[in-house]
Write a new protein. Structure first.
Length: 343
């Protein structure tokens, strides 16, 4: 089944920062060199329910199927590398690193709540979330911008190269045939504002609140940067990936029930309207495959905005994203159901 969706003045300082970061990073991208179509895979919330060193045939089948698609440029993972009820151990992190490195194509991962935000839970090991976040960055982003995951590495531009945002190696952007892509760290559990579990040895501190504020600021700054570059270069389209489902399917409700997401969604709405070319927001979190055009915050339907949510949890499938920079729609999507991996 194939589903196809039609889909400010920018700060000179932001654009200068973007250009400076790219120049200093030694990253190569092809920008506007050619307009050929290309494809990539989108996954998320997987593998669930499997402990380190344990066989997980569903994920192995998913990996094998994607690996047979030799023309895929990369694999995007929208976060949640484990279930919320499994331990947030070092062994778990390295197990997932090994599994993701089985993909032949480069893998770009954004972090989810299950692997750090929710690690205070009793079943997850009662860890302090910020300590787990530090470990995740050590394991999955050892050389920011230079080494992605997967069998082939791909250079990307990282926010960590911009003064003031050195703590965010996971926030990245890159470009192919003029189209801009970005992975931005925005997680479920109200973007890490949800209370800690009762009875847990982990205790929420002011540092946890300060982390949320800093990460929201970094996320908005990433949007500013990406859209500044898109406007300046007349990019054909923009594709943004986060982990959290910010509740877009609830309809136009302003800031109600948007705790942790208001600033990000407001910035995304403003940029999308000003850009007026196809913008896709991809996310995971709620394990419900969908492609739609929901409202963001204030202005209802925006005709150049599309949301795509990945499969996840027990439904271990993937989405093929085709990018045609010469098309007015730019992005199209196709479900890829892996036989034996759930309905």
């Amino acid at each position: 089944m194939k589903i196809k969706i039609t889909t400010t003045v920018v700060s000179s300082m932001l654009l200068a920062a973007c250009i400076s970061a790219e120049a200093g990073s030694r990253h190569s991208h092809d920008g506007h060199q050619g307009k050929a179509e290309f494809e990539f895979a989108l996954i998320g919330d997987t593998p669930y329910g499997v402990l380190p060193g344990t066989d997980y045939p569903q994920f192995e089948r998913l990996t094998a199927e994607i690996n047979r698609e030799r023309k895929l440029r990369w694999v995007l993972h929208a976060g949640d590398i484990k279930a919320g009820s499994t331990p947030c151990s070092d062994a778990m992190f390295y197990d997932r690193l090994e599994r993701y490195n089985q993909f032949r194509a480069p893998v770009i991962l954004t972090l989810g709540d299950n692997e750090w935000t929710d690690c205070h839970r009793l079943a997850a090991g009662e860890y302090q979330p910020l300590e787990r976040l530090d470990k995740l960055r050590e394991v999955f982003y050892p050389e920011p911008g230079i080494v992605t995951l997967g069998g082939r590495s791909m250079r990307v531009n990282t926010q960590a190269e911009i003064p003031g945002y050195e703590s965010f190696p996971e926030n990245v952007w890159w470009q192919r045939h003029g189209v801009l892509f970005s992975a931005i760290h925005v997680v479920g559990s109200s973007n890490a504002l949800a209370p800690f579990a009762e009875g847990s040895a982990a205790v929420r501190t002011e540092a946890d609140d300060a982390e949320v504020a800093a990460r929201i600021d970094a996320a908005v700054a990433m949007l500013d940067l990406v859209f500044a570059k898109a406007q300046a270069e007349d990019a054909p389209g923009v594709f943004i990936m986060i982990h959290a489902n910010p509740g877009l399917e609830r309809g136009q409700r302003g800031t109600e029930d948007r705790e942790g997401f208001v600033e990000f969604l407001t910035a995304l709405e403003q940029h999308t309207k000003a850009y007026d070319k196809p913008v896709v927001l991809a996310h995971g979190d709620s394990h419900y495959f969908r492609i739609d055009q929901p409202p963001l915050v204030n202005d209802g339907f925006i005709d150049n905005f599309t949301r795509v949510e990945t499969y996840g949890s027990s439904h271990v499938h993937w989405i093929r994203v085709r990018v045609n920079p010469r098309s007015e729609q730019v992005f199209s999507f196709r479900q890829e159901l892996v036989e034996g991996n759930g309905e």
